[in-house]
Design a protein around this ligand. Structure first.
Ligand code: FES
Length: 177
């Protein structure tokens, strides 16, 4: 007695096979179209290999760069930076982000401080230290300039990285490295 295989699988009719192939083509096409779009809109990695992070607001939400860039020139925007340290980002006169951010941590005893736009200074409320717009000490008792971080655009977000090069204000090795 000879055994022969059925010509058609009883579990997969010709119509089912056609539906399956059509579905596979549609899925492949949709994936090809949607993947680049999803990749474009998705946030980049939150933590970079260089220890950088994406700027967030006080609630831990990523801040769209467009939100900061829409502010008036000269704005100091306070965001959560490295290790969640509050960090000032500066919007320059040409509407771009300044490449360094200033960490909101007084070098005297670590108080946080506001930006005073009328005097163009950071003014620490704890013991009266004052810093210019670049974070240089104008008046003590603060002994050192404010710590800097590197600020770059990462697509629709803002990346904050440790500043390890020479301090651009002194030309010397930064005190925090
Ligand atoms: S902590 Fe800022 S002046 Fe003392």
């Amino acid at each position: 007695m000879s055994e022969s295989l059925p010509l058609e699988s009883p579990s997969l009719s010709r119509r089912q096979l056609l539906n399956f192939l059509t579905g596979a083509v549609v899925a492949t096409t949709a994936g090809t179209v949607l993947y680049p779009a999803a990749k474009f809109f998705a946030a980049p990695a939150e933590v970079g290999e260089d220890g950088s992070i994406l700027a967030k607001d006080i609630n831990g939400n990523l801040i769209p760069a467009s939100q900061i860039l829409a502010e008036a020139p000269g704005t100091r925007a306070l965001v959560a930076g490295l290790a969640a340290e509050p960090t000032y980002l500066t919007l320059r006169e040409d509407g771009t982000l300044h490449p360094w951010g200033i960490v909101d941590n007084c070098t005297h005893l670590g108080c946080t401080f506001p930006w005073n736009p009328n005097e163009n200074q950071f003014q620490c409320p704890c013991h009266g230290s004052r810093y210019d717009a670049d974070g240089n000490v104008v008046r003590g008792p603060a002994p050192l300039p404010l710590k800097l971080v590197r600020v770059t655009l990462a697509g629709e977000y803002i990346r904050i990285a440790p500043w390890t090069e020479n301090d651009p204000r002194t030309g010397k090795q930064p005190w925090w490295v």
